[in-house]
Design a protein around this ligand. Sequence first.
Ligand SMILES: [Zn+2]
Length: 530
Amino acid sequence: MEGLCRSTRLLSVTRLSSKQANKTIRNFSISVCQQRCDGQTRLTRRPAALPRGSRDGASQIRYQSSQEAVSQRSSQSRDVPNASEFLRGSRSLTKEEWQTMESPDGIPDMNLEYVKIGDNPGGFHPVFLRDACTCPKCVDPSSTQKQFQTTDIPRTIKAKSITRHDSGDFTIMWENDIPGFGPDHVSTYSAKFFDICDFRSSRLQDRSDHVRPRLWDKFRIEEELQFVNFTDYMEDDKQLFRALSQLQLRGLLLLRNVPESEESVAEIAGRIGTIRDTFYGRTWDVKSVAEAKNVAYTHQSLGLHMDLLYMTNPPGFQFLHCLKNTCKGGASLFSDSFAAAHRMSPLDRKVLSTTDLAYHYRNAGEHYYFERPLLELDKTSVATNHGKQPAVKFVNYSPPFQAPFPIPKNSQGFVFPKVAKALRNFADRVESPRSLFEYKLKEGECVIFNNRRVLHGRRQFDSGKGERWLKGTYVDTDVFKSKWRTLFEKYSATVDVRVGGQYVHPGKLEEGNARRPTKAEAKTADEASA
Ligand SMILES: [Zn+2]
């Protein structure tokens, strides 16, 4: 390593495919070691052609000398600070920052003996592979808990032998293994394992997290909303899988023929998993009983919102069982916030995903508070009307519980107008007649919806005539996902789910635009909004 200029810094980074990246890193590590600091040297290893849309690639690296860097840094420091970065705080380390970081002992990890598996270019870090061993010595077969920790693995560990079996599996035996693991310790890896650790898409598939939401507007959901029979849902695992598929895809589902009991909603939620208890109780009432002396009392409409966004972990799914609904009015409103976000401009998406809103509940002996951006984005990209954009993971929108904006005074001038405008654009989209799905729950129905995606509200109702009584509860996102994954693993190959009137395998579904309304539909919607 002598002769390598310590002050060398990265100049530019270009995405490469993993295959090319491996090649580049090897070439690159050799080249760096051979370079001397001559103040002008630039190392560039650029392959002849870059593949289009390569996702899992590493970065192409171009170096520049220290003098050049100093002169550029001084000009960059005069730049106006980036408002969004300033507000959301830290970003993750870039690849060049990782690579220029000095190793604790001055020996870069590149010099370790990487473990080459099969025909794949490049190799795996020996500590990475040793850490992933799932043999009965390393992972307790009964509890499935790991029996050692990563930091137990000696840094000097080496693969003594690598064997490829006919099944496609690989076995590795180790030199300088963790003390206590004798010479007979063998690690086995399936071919799938290498795919899963190398590609996020394989990982998502392995965890059944690859099924993208199907976006909807009023017209699509009116066509596609699924009604599932309570008994089927409670007693048949395949029907439960179909029901959860609907929640995974559209975030909205109706159960019918639910027994008229205050316990029913807990039974329905409990079928998925543990109920989320909150200060509202394990289950709670949305109730209005008519009182003869109070005929004039009218319950106000409730704008679109999500529940409990002032908590660190807002509940993922909400259940509302309709026990009574004989009042005039009181229809439920739903809107797919993912569809709205999907159609927003890249600038609005950026503003709403990088600036925090604040939510609170400070009342009746409680004080909850949490700051979060309206859009929480995923690492996965999806095609939108505005080109490829990060997919939306969660939406956080609840005007009734919004606290003052957490925007410091000295940045309000340039931040606030953009936030307010983006927020208005978002509200316009979710509240548009085309987006709003209105449905008056009938007695014996239970609506289930994704509280991190589907906004809910209700029309005003007159409690003077009749009675409106809903019983509600929550289930956490993790609980839902756990049930979904176990059912997906079991039934996805054999049970298809209905989408748009057709049976479609869930694995084949992709996030897409809600379809455009026909002229007649658009006319009806316009009239309704007028
Ligand atoms: Zn092991």
